[in-house]
Design a protein around this ligand. Structure first.
Ligand code: DCT
Ligand code: MG
Length: 510
């Protein structure tokens, strides 16, 4: 049956009315375990419903006769999102934010494809909200009439770099950063989640009403939003930008190698500027901090995409010179389409390399650069990776791969001069580069983990744990129910194991 047939199917002869739940249905194998469908009879009719249920089951979909907690997708025909919500309310059912409300066109396309197809805006039923119309003069500010259900998990939202809520997200980024400086983790997470969900919205928030139904925008966060809407700024953020402690921590941690502990110590010692820190004879600096001070100006001026591409050529050439079959991927913010970054991240893997060749590659590459005078700083971290070890449960756990944190000298002539942000005179710029070497069988997990964003990664792990009883980290995915490691050759396969729609790197800017 093709989708056209299913779309236009209707019973030719009037048959005796059957109760849908009693429709005889031969047992079918369930091919798509992660989806549990319920087809709404209202406005569709019991016969067509029974037909679609049978068809979907034959195609390997799990379709429930009754609406139960296990249902993940409700499919309706000739119903709006509000119609379905009203029906749910009438049944005394509270729709969870994870429940998908879909038009029958989605199911019909799935039937045609023989598998679940991507749910897009044209399939998703929208839930109408009240809003006061905005003057036509600010058309681009009018929120859409309807908002799609927004997931509490960043890995179920598509977040591009087109952020139309900068005014709020900038404020929450600063508030979160201040909480991080004060080691107040709970508030930090609260503000980061608020910024993250706001970045995913396809419309700007213009009134508090617009925040209704959006996860993570309650309590303290709502007050900040309210204040920004009313006054154009947050008094708390304004105060922070003038706060001694916030300003000092921001300045000190902008030095490569300075973390919270060092910033705290320097602040307590009464330092407020970098020049006084640098000149103080009583302080000792790590090798990393010395390099951080030495190349400070270059490192605080962001890396442009043109510079990142030039570094990529350097890395690619050096890596394949020692390991010709090696695969090099640029990860981090640049893979997510960012135009600037604080560093350039690369993941390297090889299908053929022996363990020894794998272990030596990063050393060979950095020695080569050292001989050429390109290595300004280098810190190797050896692998502590153990196969078959359960993934880490911590959402922020660092991985065990071999890596090196570098500062490379990038000559101006290697970069398209128009796009280079290098200062006149010196002829080169110091660039922070991270190289990670991973075993070939881990590459999809490592690529997913190193692509970020941080919030996207955190929520992927949280989703795996809380919604799928699985543990995900940069090395592996473990199914706790089945007690097996789920292998993956690509990021798409990891999303599929988790029962998630695939999210492109460009849409992971959560
Ligand atoms: N990462 C993570 N958890 C962390 C730190 C990093 O999952 N605590 C992942 C996500 C991004 C990737 O590693 C690279 O990290 P960064 O270079 O710090 O981030 P970025 O997204 O590349 O941003 P920037 O442009 O600042 O480099
Ligand atoms: Mg980066």
């Amino acid at each position: 049956m093709d989708p056209e047939q299913a779309a236009h199917w209707s019973p030719r002869k009037k048959r005796p009315r059957q109760r849908s739940a009693s429709v005889a249905s031969a047992p079918h194998d369930i091919r798509f375990q992660d989806l549990v469908l319920f087809i709404l009879e209202k406005k569709m009719g019991s016969t067509r419903r029974a037909f679609l249920m049978e068809l979907a089951r034959r195609k390997g979909f799990r379709v429930e006769n009754e609406l139960s907690d296990s249902v993940t997708h409700i499919v309706a025909e000739n119903n709006s999102g509000s119609d379905v919500m009203k029906w749910l309310q009438g049944q005394n059912i509270q729709a969870s934010s994870e429940l998908e409300l879909l038009d029958v066109s989605w199911l019909i396309e799935c039937m045609g494809a023989g598998k679940p197809v991507e749910m897009t805006g044209r399939h998703q039923l929208v839930v109408n909200r009240d809003y006061s119309p905005t003057p036509v003069s600010s058309l681009n500010k009018i929120p859409p009439l309807a908002v799609q259900k927004i997931s509490q998990y960043a890995c179920k939202r598509r977040t591009t770099l087109n952020n139309c809520n900068h005014i709020f997200t900038d404020a929450f980024d600063i508030l979160a950063e201040n909480c991080e400086f004060r080691e107040n983790e709970a508030s930090c997470v609260e503000f980061m989640r608020a910024a993250s969900v706001l970045k995913s919205l396809p419309f700007p928030i213009i009134s508090v009403k617009d925040t209704e139904g959006i996860p993570w925008l309650g309590g303290k966060v709502k007050c900040v939003i309210e204040e920004i809407i009313e006054d154009g700024e947050s008094s708390e953020v304004k105060a922070l930008l003038n706060d001694e402690r916030y300003k000092s921590f921001k300045l000190f941690t902008s030095v490569f190698g300075v973390g919270l502990k060092t910033a705290e110590r320097w602040f307590r010692m009464g330092f407020r500027t970098l020049s006084t820190v640098k000149l103080d004879k009583s302080l000792t600096f790590t090798r990393m901090q010395k390099a951080g001070f030495l190349h400070y100006e270059d490192l605080v001026s962001c890396v442009t995409r043109a510079e990142a591409e030039a570094v990529s050529v350097l890395v690619q050439q050096a890596v394949v010179a020692f390991l010709p079959d090696a695969l090099v991927s640029m990860t981090g913010g640049f893979r997510r389409g960012k135009k600037i970054g604080h560093d350039v991240d690369f993941l390297i893997t090889s299908p053929e390399a022996t363990e020894e060749e794998e272990q030596q590659l990063l050393h060979k590459v950095t020695n080569f650069w050292e001989q050429k005078g390109l290595l300004l700083y280098c810190d190797h971290v050896e692998s502590t990776f153990e196969k078959c070890k359960l993934p880490s449960r911590k959402v922020d756990a660092l991985d065990h791969f071999q890596k090196c944190f570098l500062i490379l000298k990038l000559y101006r002539e290697r970069v398209d001069s128009v796009q280079s942000s290098q200062q006149e005179g010196k002829g080169w710029k110091a660039i922070r580069v991270d190289l990670v070497m991973c075993p070939y069988e881990c590459r999809a997990f490592a690529l997913l983990g190193w692509t970020g964003s941080r919030q996207f990664e955190r929520d992927l792990r949280r989703y795996a744990t809380h919604e799928r009883k699985m543990i995900l980290d940069n090395h592996a995915l473990y199914d706790k129910t089945k007690r097996v490691f789920l292998k993956a050759e690509s990021e798409e396969e990891i999303f599929a194991h988790l029962g998630l729609e695939y999210i492109e790197p460009l849409e992971r800017n959560a």
